[in-house]
Design a protein around this ligand. Sequence first.
Ligand SMILES: C[S@@+](CC[C@H](N)C(=O)[O-])C[C@H]1O[C@@H](n2cnc3c(N)ncnc32)[C@H](O)[C@@H]1O
Length: 187
Amino acid sequence: MSAPVEVPDLVARTLDLSRRRGFITSTRHETGRLLATLAASREGTLAELGTGCGVGSAWLHSGAPKEARIVTAELDPELAKDVQEIFASAENVTVLAGDWSALEQYAPFSLLFVDVRDVMADMDVLAGLLAPGGIAVLDDFVPSSFWPPIVDGQVDTVREQWLTDERFVAVEMLIDPDASLIIATRR
Ligand SMILES: C[S@@+](CC[C@H](N)C(=O)[O-])C[C@H]1O[C@@H](n2cnc3c(N)ncnc32)[C@H](O)[C@@H]1O
């Protein structure tokens, strides 16, 4: 056991929503604790692309300073509504219903949790949303012992790009034997 079993109250409520909705792609505890840890070093505005049931936002909220703002966007309006209810009393969290691009108005971000797979390839856009020193966290990669990384017989060009782009200092971290993420800090 490497971390406390208990989770913050808002995280527990979002996990409960995930269970009720049968939503299986919510952020794992390990990633959540990492998000909270990084959030504690941030100020200004933190953003999440793809709210899901709000688990990532709840972890960010648990770590971020009270003065920091957290904005997150979810394409599914029903899901966004459920999550808005959970965060109703969290004044520094804004849950938007709609495409993630609605978050651009709140940039620059000190942290950007990218949890929509298709968006990760839009590296130029994402780089433009981050403040200097801002941190991007990209979730849900399949670990690969090869370089460049290979998944299902094909080079994972998105991961390769994030790990080698001159605008970032980046590292891939194993979260579980079957999952990794990338942390990339904007120079
Ligand atoms: C992997 S889940 C997110 C999990 C969540 N971040 C968490 O911490 O548990 C991806 C979510 O992104 C949403 N999504 C997909 N495309 C989107 C888009 N273009 N803009 C905003 N949300 C999107 C999906 O509806 C889904 O709920």
